[in-house]
Design a protein around this ligand. Structure first.
Ligand code: ADP
Length: 475
């Protein structure tokens, strides 16, 4: 942490605090997630899971991990700093986001989800506070503490605690065979919240949530009803049988027609009936009036603009020789606007990596040994962010606290398994150009610094307080 100047707190969850910081040498603004030092192993597990995923999976719509280090037994994750979250916007726009903005955000969120799902990863904690939004409107999914690889048939997921309001019925009922559709359900709940400003299923207990699901969405399938009946927690409880219209637009009258359709496609009680992420990306809500054709170039331009100043797109020149030695550790970076023709014709034009000018400051030794490269080739298959061999490198959090400077987990490994970095501070780029923040950012920062976020996930409960009208209103 000696390399960073702390600017303030931007977030706090049940597992750690997120601080806005500035790199003392480069001036780069970053977000450092400092995991609590808790006796429970779960914190380490959550941190290691997050590191593991973020190191392996890279996408323009996922937050970028810059480096990892441990100091005084606490694991620190250094991310690119992203301006605010969707939740911040919802607190500002109490009646929901304007429809054009909403569509742009949803498209990008779905790209992130689709990327994860195509790599057999489920995020398991999709919610407004986990969607970061840059000043230019690029959304990035964050918080991979609950992400995991899809279980093989017969495997059972260990229990986990995610935010209740976005939990799919199969999760609430602890059906052990859930999968990608849990993210689609959460997405459906979040779309309603983003469109109306009110959380769709705010609930204070699992039973409360189930009751709301049945009343607002649909009756349990026979399979889920069976699990419910066998669960001793629900002994003697009978859920109401509700007649629901099959017409999406009648069911969600406050949503614009196509948005109601897309929500309906996400919020199916039977996970098998929920639309998949590729299907959602090709939903008429996105394809109508040439939205994708118009938005892709806009998004690409913004991404390239941000790439010029962000460190995550690091020129190949900086790769250490053996960084790609182990194929398994290659960063999975596909389906991206900058690297594939996934989006058809539009992308064909951009198939070849472009040569763009990236001004990169290379910091050696963290002490001002700076060399500058003025022109580099833009690489679509990026270098790995750091050289951490595997997540276990920081897993043994058993050493006594030390007052030694932090060791970025970057290159060589010391005897305790911690990486020590010859180039303290890792590779950093110039800081993003941050134009004067608008009201939103000012409001956001003030609120974050002055009082705690009422929507923190708590291990015991994971409830949140509605941010506009208590209890929300029917959609
Ligand atoms: P936790 O797992 O403890 O909930 P998160 O990763 O969800 O931590 O981050 C908590 C909050 O910190 C987010 O909701 C957001 O407000 C802020 N935050 C997280 N990452 C960043 C980032 N890269 N840039 C700016 N703010 C961030």
């Amino acid at each position: 942490m000696e390399m960073y100047e702390t600017l303030g707190k931007v977030g706090e969850g049940s597992y750690g605090t997120v601080m806005k910081c500035k790199h003392k040498n480069t001036g780069q603004i970053v977000a450092i997630k400092i995991f609590y030092e808790k006796p429970e192993k779960s914190v380490n597990k959550i941190a290691l899971r997050e590191i593991k995923f973020l190191k392996q999976f890279r996408h323009e719509n996922l937050v970028n991990l810059i480096e990892v280090f441990r100091q005084k037994k606490k694991i620190h994750l250094v991310f690119e700093f992203i301006d605010h979250t969707v939740l911040d916007e919802l607190q500002h726009y109490c009646h929901g986001l304007e429809s054009r903005r909403l569509r742009k955000y949803l498209f990008q969120i779905l790209r992130a989800v689709d990327y994860l799902h195509s790599n057999n990863i489920i995020h398991r904690d999709i919610k407004p506070e986990n969607i970061l939004v840059s000043q230019s409107g690029i959304t990035k999914l964050c918080d991979f503490g609950f992400a995991r690889t899809l279980a093989a048939p017969g495997d059972v997921y260990t229990d986990y605690v995610a935010t209740r309001w976005y939990r799919a019925p199969e999760l609430v009922l602890k059906d052990t065979s859930y999968g990608k559709p849990v993210d689609i359900w959460a997405l459906g709940c979040m779309i309603i919240e983003m469109a109306t400003g009110n959380p769709f299923l705010p609930s204070s207990s699992d039973l409360d949530l189930l009751h709301k699901i049945v009343s607002k969405v649909g009756n349990l399938t026979p399979h889920l009803q069976n699990i419910f009946s066998k669960n001793p927690i629900f002994t003697g409880v009978v859920l109401p049988q509700v007649q629901h219209t099959r017409n999406a637009r009648k069911k969600y009258p406050k949503l614009n027609g196509l948005l109601a359709d897309i929500v309906h496609a996400c919020l199916q009680i039977d996970p098998a009936e929920r639309m998949s992420s590729p299907e959602l990306l090709h939903h008429e809500y996105f394809t109508r009036d040439g939205f994708i054709e118009k938005f892709i170039p806009e998004l690409r331009a913004k991404l390239l603009q941000e790439a010029r100043v962000n460190s995550f797109i690091r020129p190949k020149t900086y790769c250490k020789e053996n960084e790609f030695k182990d194929d398994e550790r290659k960063i999975v970076y596909n389906n991206t606007l900058l690297s594939s023709s996934f989006w058809g014709k539009e992308m064909e034009k951009e198939k070849k990596p472009k040569e763009i000018k990236v001004r990169v400051i290379k910091v050696k030794g963290g002490k001002g040994d700076i060399s500058e490269l003025k022109k580099t080739e833009y690489e679509v298959e990026h270098c790995r962010q750091d050289g951490m061999e595997d997540a276990h490198a920081v897993s043994e959090d058993t050493r006594p606290a030390s007052s030694e400077p932090a060791s970025p987990v970057n290159s060589s490994t010391d005897s305790s398994g911690m990486k020590e970095d010859a180039q303290s501070g890792g590779y950093m780029t110039m800081p993003p150009i941050n134009p004067a923040c608008g009201n939103l950012m000012t409001a956001n920062l003030n609120s974050n610094l002055s009082h705690p976020n009422p929507r923190w996930r708590t291990q015991a409960d994971s409830d949140r307080v509605p941010h506009c009208r208590p209890g929300g209103s029917p959609v």
